[in-house]
Design a protein around this ligand. Sequence first.
Ligand code: NI
Ligand code: MN
Length: 225
Amino acid sequence: MKITSYGHACFGIEINGVHIVIDPFITGNPQASNIDLDSVNADYILVTHAHQDHILDVEALAKKTNALLISNYEIVMHFGEKGVKGHPVNHGGTFTTEHFTAKYVNAVHTSSFPDGTYGGQPGGFVITAGDKSLYVAGDTALTMDMKLIPMTTNLTASILPIGDNFTMGVDDAVIATEFVECNKVIGCHYNTFPPIEIDTEKAKEKFSNKEKELILIEIGDSINL
Ligand code: NI
Ligand code: MN
């Protein structure tokens, strides 16, 4: 499982040549100006909720790549009207392909489209392929529901928001790491806008003090799980 950062909460996940893109928000992110949307591969686009900083490039990317959109019912219907093909899920449900599974799990957040219309309830995904599982929390507060995940899944890593203000911050993300019983964290949703600016060195230190690992992938860079 290869994970590429496209900035903010947008990641590419490559599994045996199959490309998943999470929460495409590239053209609206000045920090991701080195990423050319036309160079991004997608077979599947997974969207956690309807906020602008998670959906901005869904339509363009889906139409360019013919990717299948996996998200909650309301988001899939919204983009379906624009000609994007999709597959709706709801909380607790799992989308299954021969390459991976993606379970839509609970998140504590809100989910309206930029025009204020209802974007369904927000979620996260647990993506499993072979013996690797990745928890993509989406925008969320720390929640006891995270404790449900290790009851069924041994996680390899988690992508957690750490920027505070709109989501949990670093201290709660450290606790989330305990809830999901996985010490390897890839941070997201920080330093994109002034309200979510953090001290990244201090954040890494808070994780390492608890014998956990916080990985901050440079935009455009990849890691292998
Ligand atoms: Ni949000
Ligand atoms: Mn967000």
